[in-house]
Design a protein around this ligand. Sequence first.
Ligand code: GDP
Length: 297
Amino acid sequence: MAFEGLSERLQETMKKITGKGKVSEADVKEMTREVRLALLEADVNYKVVKDLIKRIKERAVGQEVMESLTPGQQVIKVVRDELTELMGGEQSKIAVANKPPTVIMMVGLQGAGKTTTTGKLANHLRKNSNRNPLLVAADVYRPAAIDQLETLGEQLDLPVYSKGTEANPVDIANEAIEKAKAEHHDYVIIDTAGRLHVDEDLMDELQQVKTNMNPDEIFLVVDSMTGQDAVNVAESFDSQLDISGVILTKLDGDTRGGAALSIRSVTGKPIKFAGMGEKLDQLEPFHPDRMASRILG
Ligand code: GDP
């Protein structure tokens, strides 16, 4: 299960403080030391941990705790609030264009789960918001990726616009948007090319698609199992493309939690959804408060 180690350690730490009728500075010091170690072990970015611990410390020795009737529980609330804030605070909703279709560009490295997530997102929009999305296969370098999206479209009974590997991604995306307007699709979700590593050609191509499409959302799909690498990938994509949000996949796996806890703070971009399994209905809106509660038990 995701966050297992982190969760166990933090719960252990919180147990020590929970019933305390008085919380001393020494208690806070001990608690923050343990929280710090647990987060570092979960592969949370060093600087993120440092800032977080500073905030927790300041609040935990402050008035809100000292004047509380249940100081131990108040300290735990501080930790919960700060973890929630770290992951973005409020849940971040998906954009809706003033004039349909809303255009979503999906980007990410190969293997992160981009194509699967494209299908999942379309399914989510149809099921939960009654939308009528059009999927677009714009990874023209990998016939397998196009086939994969077409298969997903068949499984979901949703249309997929594709032109094989001969056309260029900008033309494909433009034509898809025209088709969406003509056929009244309110969302267009473009599955763009992925590579094994971030490289200049890929970024150039994605920038061209972005400039042409002027998408309402650019979602970066990252594999939460890759920890700090996921954070580095997010930083590079964001610096090149100014992404609008992150979708974290494989949160059903035994990820330590580093990516989920660092990405928002490092990139400033919200985590919008979490992939919770391979099935097409296993995509969930990301709720920072629920995630923090899950971690703290
Ligand atoms: P792409 O290369 O980025 O398009 O990646 P794919 O969509 O082909 O996904 C790569 C693998 O990750 C596939 O086996 C997917 O089933 C799997 N996958 C994607 N999202 C999730 C998820 O949230 N949880 C799990 N367990 N597997 C996932």
